[in-house]
Design a protein around this ligand. Structure first.
Ligand SMILES: *Cc1c(COP(=O)(O)O)cnc(C)c1O
Length: 423
């Protein structure tokens, strides 16, 4: 890796070894966690840039410290690109990550005790949508909707509307981290408008697919707010962002909520990396990338279907698959995660809808194609990975077989090194 870590190497052997160890791990294995990706060298350069030195509390043109000539340039570029990329009028690019972005929205628009209607965690929702273990659940009231039928993934919109009428949520929240189908955005927005609620989409997982026009853009259907991470399918630095489609009043409340309400100074080096990432996402090559993510997920779906493995939602319309490996193969999610890890495939165990097993050892695994697509995998390689996965699960106690499969994973990884640039 050239001289990238020359100073750390001299100064801090232990940290240097961990970094190079991780570099090797990422290069030799295959990343199937659907919320992870490999960023470009340009994004990493911005991420590691001198802007980490700078305090810039406030917003462009309205800072609480001097010396903001270049920070303003960076933040304005990031905002302008974000708005253009997602068709929003306002963007706050300062959230430190996806969770703080959601929290800042709640505090911008709600009083303690107010109600949010969101997707049930066990049906694909996210912890930050009011799971009882989170602090937000102590402050606001979260009520839930679910899928009507886990075999098709369709949301029970009728029950959603009835719950909304009964519970009077101030925010109706769409979005997920373990759901493989596309939502009917219009239905969410219609129900929110009918009942005078604010509609919010958490696009953390699919922002890159939206930016690359591989899936629908929720903002086109009238969502008031869209939050996202920037490090998942969008392929940028670890961070968050809040987009507001049209309302200046909401945008102002959100800016105040992020700072001074919730965060201190923005991480300007991350904002620089976000700007670079948005620039990459505007290029035609990114559209191709986003579309290939979907094609690759479909290719894996076909293999799982051929082997009669149950998939929640019956398959995938996005970048991820949730497979009921316990129900189909008698291998628990935890066992599957471990067996695949041993052959160089990284993914995570996941609860499935109405899971008969416990969260710490659920029935499912969740995996996706954003990272391997970045490595250049096409349908053929994705089918091979799916075949390897299933063979490994069927032979999880056969170490000779697993050695053989590990060698196949290594060969694929070698053939598709992590690229330095995409545009
Ligand atoms: C990943 C994710 C988040 C949280 O993002 P962090 O950056 O980990 O805080 C929020 N919402 C959804 C739907 C997610 O998938």
């Amino acid at each position: 890796m050239a001289n990238e870590y020359a100073y750390i190497k001299k100064q801090d052997k232990k940290v240097f070894e961990a970094i190079t160890g991780e570099e090797k791990r990422e290069a030799e294995g295959l990343e199937l966690i659907p919320s992870e990706n490999y960023v470009s060298r340009a994004v990493r350069e911005a991420n590691g840039s001198i802007f980490t030195n700078k305090y810039s509390e406030g917003y462009p043109g309205k800072r609480y410290y001097g010396g903001q000539k270049y920070t303003d340039v960076i933040e304005n570029i990031a905002i302008e690109r974000a708005c253009k990329l997602f068709g929003a009028k306002f963007a706050n690019v300062q959230p430190h990550s996806g969770a703080p972005a959601n929290i800042a929205v709640y505090f911008a628009l709600l009083q303690p005790g107010d109600t949010v209607l969101g997707m049930d965690l066990s049906h694909g929702g996210h912890l930050t949508h009011g799971h009882p273990v989170t602090y937000m659940a102590k402050i606001f009231r979260f009520v839930r909707y679910k899928m009507k039928n886990p075999e098709t993934g369709e949301i029970d919109y009728k029950a959603l509307r009835e719950t909304a009428i009964k519970e009077k949520p101030k925010i109706i929240l769409a979005g997920f981290s373990a759901y493989s189908r596309e939502l009917d955005y219009k239905k969410f927005v219609d129900i929110a408008r009918e009942l005078g609620a604010i509609s919010m989409m958490d696009a953390a997982h699919i922002a890159g697919l939206i930016a690359g026009k591989a899936v629908k853009n929720p903002l086109d259907y009238g969502f008031d707010i869209m939050t996202t991470t920037t490090h998942k399918t969008l392929r940028g630095p670890r961070g968050g962002m809040i987009l507001v489609r049209e309302s200046e009043e909401i945008a102002k409340a959100i800016d105040k909520s992020i700072f001074p309400g919730f965060q201190g100074g923005p991480h300007m080096h991350i904002l620089a990396a976000k700007a670079v990432c948005f620039g990459e996402a505007m290029k035609p090559a990114f559209k191709k990338y986003a579309k290939q993510i979907l094609k690759n997920a479909k290719a894996m779906e076909e293999v799982f279907r051929k082997h009669k493995i149950r998939m929640l939602g019956g398959g995938t319309s996005n970048h991820l698959i949730l497979a009921d490996v316990y129900g189909s193969l008698g291998v628990s999610g935890r066992e599957a995660e471990r067996a695949l890890d041993e052959i160089g495939l990284t993914l995570n165990m996941n609860a499935i809808a109405d899971d008969p097993r416990k969260p710490m050892d659920p029935s499912g695994i969740r995996f996706g194609t954003p990272a391997i697509t970045t490595r250049g995998f096409k349908e053929k390689e994705c089918r091979e990975v799916a075949e390897i996965m299933i063979e490994a699960l069927k032979n999880k106690d056969n170490s000779k077989k697993k050695k053989e499969l590990h060698a196949r994973v290594r060969k694929l990884s070698k053939k598709f090194p992590i690229p330095d640039k995409f545009v």
